[in-house]
Design a protein around this ligand. Structure first.
Ligand code: PLP
Length: 394
């Protein structure tokens, strides 16, 4: 057998007809930027998450950068985040000139330990950036309580958790702004790069829309008025949207970015969003099969909080002999991945922050033990049994 970690060919085959049609329709329309698919997908995604505004961007990393900028976070500020995440979380904080302050994770959920947040707060702290790692929601009640008490913003990095829920509420609805990634291997992925911001705040939505496209046009003007505390009149014709044909495109009000989701990706994502709940449901079933099949294997299987809906973006195991088991699986044709081999506080690029070995012991311990086995909705029963057998055999 040959089983990939995430088999995107099979995912595509499952939606081939509508996906091909959606993409061809965009090609025929010859409207590639900020067209009807982008607007429709934003509305559909907002409604899926259950939040007022969804603003699409070029990728999940840009989404984090724009979120920080919209909240006015930059030079001299600190943002508390988890050390056990994908680099983009930390990178976005550094990219706006702020300093990431890393805290350790819980050994069972792999998420930031909320008990460590208050100890990391300083007069410079502006925000907390929790990451719903591997698809498991963070302890949002506690995080929001601490944020409120200390007047801090919360940016949820939900790149791995589209459709996950905390106490029956979708992740992405707790923070001031939340971000998603549509990188192809995410549980909702496109055929390239893509990302999304969501917020319930009307003003932040305007600023985010302005930041993704050069701070120009009507939305740039509105964002400028909001940021400058002006009530000034917006003189723009409401009928024109901010497309390539909008003459107001060449009137700029903020230093922004060029980070847009394109029509091809949006059209494809509209097809895939309809499948997301079914795919997540299947992931949860596969995880239950793995849990059951591996319960006597000596491997540490994932812990799922009762208060959350974990959507198993990745199915993570722990082994004392990770190298040995990965080799054994490779020989059996089973792909694996190591998430994450180096916590953020131990990355070369963050040497200047002066963390020492042992500072964040749980993440350091996990980084030597954790690995992912195949997890995608199209995995068959035979493949699941085969994977369980090979793991148990070892
Ligand atoms: C994938 C990911 C991102 C970045 O998303 P891109 O679309 O790849 O830029 C950010 N944070 C986490 C936790 C991720 O897994």
């Amino acid at each position: 057998m040959n089983i990939q970690l995430i088999d995107l060919t099979r995912q595509y085959q499952g939606i081939q007809e509508p996906a091909d049609q959606a993409v061809l329709d965009v090609l025929h329309s010859a409207k590639y930027i900020m067209g009807e698919n982008v607007h429709a997908f934003e509305a559909e995604f907002a409604s899926y998450i259950g939040i007022k505004h969804a603003i699409s961007v070029g990728n999940g990393t840009d989404a984090l950068v724009l979120a920080l900028k919209a909240l006015g976070i930059g030079e001299g500020d600190e943002v508390i985040t988890t050390t056990y995440t994908f680099f983009a979380t930390a990178e976005s904080i550094s990219a706006v000139g702020a300093v990431p302050v890393f805290i350790d994770v819980e050994l069972d959920t792999y998420n930031m330990d909320p008990n460590l947040i208050e100890g990391a707060i300083t007069p410079r702290t502006k925000a907390i950036m929790p990451v719903h790692i591997f698809g498991q929601p963070c302890e949002m009640d506690t995080i929001m309580e601490i944020a409120k008490a200390h007047k801090l913003y919360v940016i949820e990095d939900a790149a791995q958790a589209a459709g996950a829920e905390y106490k029956g509420k979708p992740v992405g609805t707790f923070g001031d702004i939340s971000t998603f990634s549509f990188f192809p291997t995410k549980n909702l992925g496109c055929a390239g790069d893509g990302g999304m911001l969501v917020t319930a705040d009307d003003d932040l939505a305007i600023v985010l829309k302005a930041l993704r496209a050069h701070g120009s046009g009507e939305v740039g003007q509105r964002a400028y008025h909001y940021l400058e505390g002006m009530d000034g009149e917006i003189t723009v014709d409401e009928g024109t949207d901010n497309t390539v044909y909008n003459p107001l495109k060449y009137y700029n009000y903020l230093i922004g970015h060029n980070s847009r989701l394109d029509e091809l990706q949006a059209a494809l994502l509209r097809v895939k969003l309809k499948e997301l709940d079914g795919w997540n449901h299947r992931r949860i079933q596969i995880a239950a099969d793995y849990d059951e099949g591996l319960k006597d294997s000596g491997l540490v299987t994932p812990f799922a909080m009762e208060s959350g809906k974990h959507i198993y973006h990745l199915y993570i195991l722990q082994s004392e002999d990770r190298d040995g088991i990965l080799k054994h699986l490779k020989e059996a044709g089973i792909a694996t991945g190591v998430y994450y081999p180096v916590p953020m506080h131990q990355q070369v690029v963050y040497r200047g922050l002066n963390y020492r070995e042992g500072d964040l012991p749980n993440a350091e311990y996990l980084s030597k033990r954790t690995f992912a086995i195949p997890m995608f909705a199209e995995l068959t029963g035979d493949e699941i049994s085969y994977i369980i057998n090979k793991l148990t055999e070892f």
